[in-house]
Design a protein around this ligand. Structure first.
Ligand SMILES: *Cc1c(COP(=O)(O)O)cnc(C)c1O
Length: 378
């Protein structure tokens, strides 16, 4: 990882992703959780880190499954040459699953219609389809409602007997509200798993825990965890020190180059709406990132960046393409490196700092980075 002062070869606007960190994070988590299976969640372009390279790095660290939301994301992994098992769980209502079945993608099923569509696709493609039941145990998003469980398991058992499909897993997703809320959901989930088995199904994978539950409730791990956030080196507690304790390293460094520098007198107004005025003579540095690149406008006057050897606050509004930083009397020149966030252990602001400054969570900060930002894998 780059250290302050040794930032060489910095691009104008780039997210540098340390794939070695992804691999070692997965290794550390695998050891910590000790489950037979580990699903590395690489949806939303691997939380902004780049789906295909991150998937490879996670598999190298010992993940044996990949998880994504949509079929398109699963097919993108296949197109990238990845043939590891993939699970996708959020579908277009008109999805016919032909490509998914042909590509051997396991489908998370939340409706009776999806179960029937998978059997039909398997028939057309003359292969056995893989499905995993996603049970709604409280989150009220997708997931098969409790009232449909029995009917779905019975139909799935019939379809298994015809050879059309195999139920490879049963899973649920938790709210992380209170521990007791999650315990209640897991009790209902256990009932669902038992009902599936009683109906004749033999799922190899039983999984409930994403990063937060896997870390705080060992009994939610079953024989498989579905980990997103933590594999990127971030803690669900929004606490970088906690992530470090767990042996995790933040994989993404968002950085660029100072595009302009101005020495200005006291009373100089800065950026849209003039929400910032300099109190004394000072230096303003222009950073070429804006909300068009995923920087939250809510961080106006609140977010911090590393620049000229130290951390300085954003002055005024974050605009679409740029924001200004008041660096005081710090020596800053055009072309100098600026780090928006990275590893706090190197003195950089963190994704969590940005989350706090924008009233959001670290998940959103890394995932929203995009637009004109170049993804660079090292
Ligand atoms: C996004 C997602 C995950 C990963 O969650 P993290 O909190 O990032 O670990 C796991 N399971 C499902 C169903 C998800 O949608």
């Amino acid at each position: 990882m780059p250290e302050p002062g040794t930032l060489a070869d910095v691009g104008f606007r780039e997210a540098v992703v340390d794939l070695g960190a992804i691999t070692s994070n997965v290794r550390a988590l695998r050891e910590l959780f000790g489950t037979e299976h580990f699903i590395a969640v690489v949806k939303a372009n691997a939380y902004g880190h780049g789906a295909v390279p991150v998937a490879r790095a996670a598999l190298a660290g010992g993940a044996d499954w990949l998880g994504v939301a949509s079929v398109d994301e699963a097919l993108e992994l296949r197109a990238g040459g990845i043939d590891a098992p993939v699970l996708a769980w959020l579908h277009d209502p008109d999805e016919a699953f032909d490509e998914a079945v042909a590509a051997g993608v396991s489908i998370g099923v939340s409706t009776m219609g999806q179960l029937r569509a998978m059997a039909a696709a398997a028939g057309r493609r003359a292969v056995q389809a893989s499905v995993q039941f996603k049970l709604d145990t409280g989150l009220s998003r997708n997931g098969l409602p409790h009232a449909d469980w029995q009917e779905a398991f019975t139909l799935a058992d019939e379809l298994e007997r015809t050879g059309a499909l195999h139920v490879a897993g049963v899973f649920t997703h938790l709210s992380n509200a209170t521990l007791q809320d999650d315990v209640d959901c897991l009790d209902l989930f256990d009932e669902g798993v038992a009902a599936a088995r009683a109906a004749g199904l033999r799922p190899e994978l039983v999984h409930a825990a994403a990063s937060a539950a896997a870390l705080r409730q060992p009994h939610a791990r079953y024989d498989c965890v579905r980990i997103g956030l933590a594999l990127y080196g971030l803690a669900p507690t929004q606490d970088p020190a906690r992530a470090r304790e767990l042996g995790l390293t933040p994989a993404m460094t968002l950085r660029g180059r100072v595009a302009h520098v101005k020495r200005v007198p006291a009373g100089t107004s800065v950026s849209y709406d003039y929400t910032y005025r300099t109190e004394r003579e000072t230096t303003l540095a222009l950073v070429p990132f804006g909300y068009g690149d995923g920087i939250p406008r809510a961080a106006s006057n609140r977010g911090h960046v590393w620049i000229g050897g130290g951390v300085h606050r954003i002055a005024g509004r974050v605009a679409m393409d740029q924001f200004v930083v008041d660096v005081g009397d710090t020596e800053v020149a055009v072309g100098d490196p600026v780090v928006l966030f990275g590893d706090g252990a190197h003195g950089f602001p963190t994704a969590e700092d940005w989350a706090t400054a924008s009233d959001t969570i670290n998940w959103e900060i890394v995932t929203r980075i995009g637009g004109r930002t170049k993804l660079r894998h090292v």
